[in-house]
Design a protein around this ligand. Structure first.
Ligand code: SF4
Ligand code: SF4
Length: 602
């Protein structure tokens, strides 16, 4: 068994090393064939100009990714400058227009008026394509009765409005920031060459296949490591699970992975292309970064789910809930959306619930375009308004957080080795309450603005731009908090960073669980030996022992009902139950208060 375990570890490390090395095995060369592959990705009116700029890179092979990407960025920046010069307005032309317009201004009662006739007289100074937009933009300035305090006042207003018209005209032709990353990814991928690009299937099996096999070989002996039961021996002495060097390196790898995935995916084109064979099979097209992420996420849950079966093989509760998260991730989060895509329907994970699924209401138009999409919209709203309160009333938030959710699924499988790293201090509890409820309020406000824009077609309310607010939320909460911190910090601060401090759905479920739910963890206080195992392994940082020592039921908003506190208790003190909360110890319920008060003596 030891040989199998060590061989598995070796294979896994080999696959991981190859996965990282893959990023450095590519060379880049711009050719006619690669330009032909890039063309369809570019917006039609940008194709000729951008390709012309890329052609200048032909005839040379680039070996270093960062310098190659920098060169491509430079070429696109040059294209943007050309567009600005051709379609925008230079500083000199703007100043010439402003000075000419000032000549046309009339003095009325000591102030200046800019008339439609005066404006007409200087229109020809603008390029033809800017004239109509300039008329619209300056319409307010020529209204009857509009006066300007001084020449400077009029000149400043003119400069601002006309400069805006020029910059907008140029921006329409330029490569925008939101396009740039996808263009860079397509360009890097299309111009890549090297051993990986010639044998993608081979590398897929060598890295993903061998990596998963190695991990399973490493896990398999755990099924036979003595009697079934929790074995946390040495967990605080292992570098990987006690924020030692291995833990810090793992955290650094995960954080880097998320930063590259969310913000610089053109640097990981090899990782994305690695799963092209699966994407071609399931979707009929090359993989996107989100397909790659979903695939690796699912593989991680499946492989580490097997580890959970071995570690908790004495507990049916853990075996069934692990099977449940594996099923929901594989079927609902991964496979069904691919099928929906093939059927040209909205790719919706039907178990994903707003406000965790914060883009749900961004997509109303996409949903209402088809009958099945309309059903998805109604289903999602029913889940929020009826499903969550109803199921949480009967089962607590565990029905979702520990049995269904994808984030919970990863935390309970890949994150299980790190559950003891959660902070148990009162200060953390305080931060948790402020932070998670603030995110919930932010999500509600952001969605309110999205719905306001949808129903009124207006983008701004009380000075807040709906599109700006949603992009701030997407960046700060959707990417940085949920991804980079939420998962990247597993080996550093525990496996439920996102669920505990950031998830707005967990906040909503928690409010229902705290104030209106039959779920509670009951205690048999008299049996507690204060060993503290329960608190140590509570991934949500709940000081379970504090309640156990007092014989109090645990009814906490943050408890995800993972059941590990009960599983690690050597005295059987804790039990996850659904029923009326009497607030009393099971000792009282079984023997009566008089027995307990007498210290257990008849
Ligand atoms: S209190 Fe127990 S069931 Fe609740 S989150 Fe902590 S370990 Fe899991
Ligand atoms: S694990 Fe059990 S015995 Fe130990 S402190 Fe918690 S409730 Fe008490």
């Amino acid at each position: 068994m030891q040989t199998l375990k060590h061989t598995g570890l070796g294979l896994f490390l080999l696959a991981l090393g190859s996965f990282i090395a893959l990023l450095f095995l590519t060379q880049y060369e711009v050719s006619e064939a690669s330009l032909a592959r890039i063309r369809p990705v570019l917006a039609p009116d940008q194709q000729a100009g951008v390709l012309e700029k890329l052609e200048e890179l032909k005839g040379k092979t680039y070996s270093f990714k960062f310098s190659y990407v920098a060169k491509v960025k430079k070429q696109i920046a040059a294209y943007n400058e050309e567009m600005a010069a051709r379609w925008g307005l230079s500083q000199e032309a703007l100043e010439e227009y402003v000075q000419a317009a000032l000549q046309q201004a009339q003095t009325v009662e000591g102030q200046l008026a800019f008339t439609p006739e005066g404006r007409e007289a200087v229109q020809n100074l603008l390029p033809e394509h800017l004239r109509q937009p300039a008329l619209q933009k300056t319409a307010w300035m020529v209204e009857a009765g509009r006066r300007f305090r001084s020449q400077e006042d009029l000149a400043n207003n003119l400069r601002r409005e006309i400069a805006y018209v020029g910059s907008q005209a140029a921006a329409q032709k330029q490569v925008a920031a939101y396009q740039l990353k996808d263009y860079l990814f397509a360009i890097v991928k299309a111009t890549s060459k090297g051993i990986f690009w010639r044998h993608p299937y081979l590398f897929f099996w060598l890295i993903i296949g061998l990596g998963a096999l190695g991990a399973l070989m490493y896990i398999y002996p755990k099924f036979f490591d003595g009697l079934p039961g929790i074995k946390h021996n040495g967990i605080f002495h292992r570098s990987a699970t006690s924020v030692g060097l291995v833990g810090i390196l793992t955290g650094a790898f995960l954080i880097s992975f998320y930063i590259l995935l969310y913000f610089y995916h053109y640097y990981i084109a090899e990782w994305i292309a690695l799963v092209d064979p699966v994407s071609q099979w399931l979707r009929g097209e090359d993989a996107s970064r989100w397909f790659m992420y979903g695939f690796l996420y699912t593989v991680a849950i499946l492989v580490m789910g097997v580890r959970m079966f071995a570690k908790y093989r004495h507990s049916n509760y853990h075996k069934i809930r692990t099977a449940s998260v594996m099923f929901f991730q594989t079927a609902f989060a991964f496979l069904i959306p691919q099928l929906l895509y093939q059927l040209n329907l909205p790719e919706q994970d039907l178990k994903n619930i707003w406000p965790l699924d914060y883009t749900f209401f961004f997509r109303i138009e996409e949903f209402t375009a088809t009958q099945i999409g309309t059903f998805m919209l109604v289903w999602g709203i029913v889940l929020v308004l009826v499903g969550v309160p109803f199921l949480t009333y009967f089962f607590g938030k565990r029905w979702y957080c520990s049995w269904v959710c994808g984030c919970g699924g990863l935390a309970e499988t890949l994150g299980d080795p790190y559950r003891q790293l959660s902070s148990k201090t009162l200060r953390s509890w305080k931060i948790e309450r402020w932070l998670i409820h603030s995110v919930l309020v932010f999500a509600v406000l952001m969605t309110g603005l999205v719905l306001y824009t949808y129903f009124t077609q207006r983008a701004t309310l009380l000075g807040l731009n709906s599109y700006d607010v949603r992009s701030v939320y997407g960046f700060a909460i959707g990417s940085v908090f949920a991804g980079v911190i939420g998962t990247g910090f597993y080996p550093l601060m525990g496996n439920r960073m996102w669920c505990r401090f950031g998830c707005p759905l967990a906040a909503y479920l928690g409010i229902v669980q705290r104030f209106k739910s039959r779920f509670r963890i009951t205690t048999n206080g008299g049996q507690c030996i204060s060993c503290g195992n329960c608190s140590t392994y509570c991934e949500m940082g709940i000081d379970v022992r504090w309640y156990a020592q007092r014989g109090q039921n645990i009814v906490r908003a943050s408890c995800v009902g993972c059941g590990v506190c009960a599983a690690v208790c050597p005295r059987g003190v804790l039990a996850l139950e659904n029923g009326p909360n009497t607030g009393q110890s099971r000792m009282n319920e079984v023997y009566g208060p008089a027995f307990v008060d007498a210290g257990g003596e008849e």
